[in-house]
Design a protein around this ligand. Structure first.
Ligand SMILES: Cc1cc2nc3c(=O)[nH]c(=O)nc-3n(C[C@H](O)[C@H](O)[C@H](O)COP(=O)(O)OP(=O)(O)OC[C@H]3O[C@@H](n4cnc5c(N)ncnc54)[C@H](O)[C@@H]3O)c2cc1C
Length: 377
C-alpha cells in the first residue's frame, strides 16, 4: 500500500499547481486536494461578457525584470505580457474630496506588467499541463497524522463527508496562518512554531478590490490615465484595468476602508460610495458601469483568518520552512509566504514550490526500499 501511496499536494493556488506540475515531471503520482470548488486560490478572474478576457480580482501585476522564476514559467506556457496602462494624467484626491490633476500617471518602478487575458491564464495553463495528477476540488484538509514508514495520513472533508488517504509525502501549499488555524497535527507541532505561523500575515488577505466595467475607457478620452490616489476613499488607489487593446474597459480600486468598517457599511453602500468617488475623479460616466464587482478577500475563509482583518504594516518577511521530527522528511512547505524571496507574491509562490519539490525529491532519494527515511524522523 505504501509503495503505491501518492504524493499529496494540499492547496491548488499557484504554488500547489507549480508543485504538482514539477512532481508530475519527476514521474511521481500526485493527488492535489483543494478546499474551494476551483483552483487558483488568490488568483481569480471575472470573465468579460464576450471574448476570453478575464478581469483580475486578485493579483494583476508581475515584474519580469525582478521575478525571474515567474517570468520563465510565463514564457514556458507562452503567456504574453503587456504594460499596465499609465499614459495620461494621474489624480490625487484630498480628504476634503478636492481633486488635483498631475501631468503624468503614477509609473511603478520597475514597470508593472500584466498577463494578456488575465492572471488566471497562468493557473489555467498549469492545470491543463497536469495530465496524470488527480485533482479533488471541495476537499478541505483538516488533519495530518504521522504514519508508519514515513507516510502521512491526510484527513479531509469532501462534499461534507470525512475522508482520509495515505500519502508517501505531503506538500503543503497553504499560507502559514491558515495552516495554524485549520490543521490538526498528530503528533502536535511545537507551540512556538504554531505561534510563529499565527503571526505571519497572509499577503493581501485583508484587502478588497472593486472592479467597475465600462462600455469604453472614457477617462482616456480626457487625457486621464485612470490612476488615482485618494485620502477621501473609500478607494485608496485606482488604476486602469482594461485589456491590452482597451476593448474590454474597466477601472479597479483597492478599498482603503478597514474590514470592520466594510462590514458595518455593507456591500451595497460600499459599492455606491466607490462609484460616487469614481465619478468625482473621472466624470459622471463612472456612475453607469456595465458591471461592478466587489471582491472582499477578508470574507474568504480559505484565504483569510480573523487576524488578517488587521491592516498590514509592512511587506511580508520570509518564514522558515523547517519542521521538526517526525515531520521534517514527510511534509514539505510550499505556499508563497514560505518563500525565501518575494514572500507573499506570485514569484514567491513559484520559489516556494520549487524549493518544496527539491526538498521532497532529496528526501525520496534518501529513503530505503521499505519507505523509511534514511535521515531523521
Ligand atoms: C487582492 C490581491 C492582489 C494581489 N496582487 C498581487 C500582484 O499584483 N502581484 C503579485 O505578485 N502578488 C499579488 N498578490 C499575492 C498573490 O496573489 C499570492 O502571492 C499568490 O497568489 C499566492 O499563491 P499561493 O498558492 O501561495 O497561495 P493561495 O493562492 O492562497 O493558495 C492556497 C490554496 O490553498 C487552498 N486551501 C486553503 N486551506 C486549505 C485546506 N485546509 N485544504 C485544502 N486546500 C486549502 C486555498 O483554497 C487556495 O486555493 C495579490 C493578492 C491579492 C489577494
Amino acid at each position: 500500500m505504501i509503495a503505491s501511496a501518492p504524493i499529496v499536494v494540499v492547496g491548488g493556488g499557484l504554488s500547489g499547481l507549480v508543485a504538482a506540475h514539477l512532481l508530475e515531471r519527476l514521474g511521481l503520482d500526485v493527488l492535489l486536494l483543494e478546499a474551494r470548488d476551483r483552483v487558483g486560490g488568490r488568483i481569480l478572474g471575472l470573465a468579460a461578457e464576450v471574448g476570453g478576457h478575464r478581469f483580475d480580482l486578485g493579483p494583476a501585476w508581475v515584474w519580469p525584470a525582478i521575478n525571474p522564476r515567474l517570468a520563465k514559467l510565463l514564457d514556458a506556457f507562452g503567456l504574453p505580457l503587456f504594460a499596465q496602462h499609465s499614459a495620461g494624467a494621474g489624480l490625487v484626491e484630498a480628504h476634503a474630496q478636492t481633486v488635483r490633476r498631475h501631468a503624468t500617471g503614477f509609473m511603478q518602478q520597475p514597470p508593472s506588467m500584466r498577463i494578456l487575458g488575465g492572471t488566471a491564464g497562468l493557473t489555467d495553463a498549469l492545470r491543463a499541463s497536469l495530465s496524470r495528477t488527480r485533482i479533488l476540488l471541495g476537499a478541505r484538509v483538516s488533519g495530518l497524522t504521522a504514519g508508519p514508514a514515513g507516510t502521512v495520513v491526510v484527513e479531509f472533508d469532501c462534499t461534507a463527508r470525512g475522508e482520509r488517504c495515505v500519502a508517501s509525502s505531503v506538500v503543503l501549499a497553504v499560507p502559514p496562518r491558515l495552516l495554524a488555524a485549520s490543521l490538526h497535527w498528530t503528533p502536535p507541532l511545537p507551540q512556538a512554531l504554531t505561534q510563529r505561523w499565527q503571526h505571519a500575515p497572509t499577503w493581501m488577505a485583508g484587502h478588497a478590490k472593486l472592479l467597475a466595467v465600462y462600455a469604453a475607457p472614457f477617462w482616456r478620452a480626457t487625457g486621464l490615465s485612470g490612476s488615482a490616489v485618494s485620502q477621501a476613499g473609500p478607494l485608496a488607489e485606482v488604476h486602469d484595468a482594461c485589456d491590452a487593446g482597451g476593448g474590454h474597459a474597466a477601472l479597479f480600486g483597492f478599498v482603503g476602508v478597514p474590514v470592520e468598517w466594510r462590514r458595518r457599511m455593507g456591500r451595497d453602500a460600499l459599492i455606491a460610495a466607490a462609484l460616487a468617488q469614481l465619478a468625482r475623479l473621472f466624470g459622471p460616466e463612472a456612475l453607469a458601469p456595465r458591471a461592478v464587482h466587489l471582491q472582499d478577500w477578508a470574507e474568504e475563509s480559505d484565504t483569510a483568518t480573523p487576524a488578517d482583518a488587521q491592516p498590514l504594516s509592512a511587506h511580508p518577511h520570509p518564514i522558515d520552512p523547517g519542521l521538526p521530527a517526525p515531520w521534517a522528511d514527510r511534509i514539505h512547505l510550499a505556499g508563497s509566504e514560505f518563500a525565501s524571496e518575494f514572500p507573499g507574491y506570485l514569484e514567491g509562490a513559484v520559489v516556494a514550490a520549487e524549493r518544496a519539490v527539491e526538498s521532497l525529491r532529496h528526501t525520496l532519494s534518501m529513503r530505503t526500499p521499505d519507505g523509511a527515511s534514511g535521515t531523521t524522523g
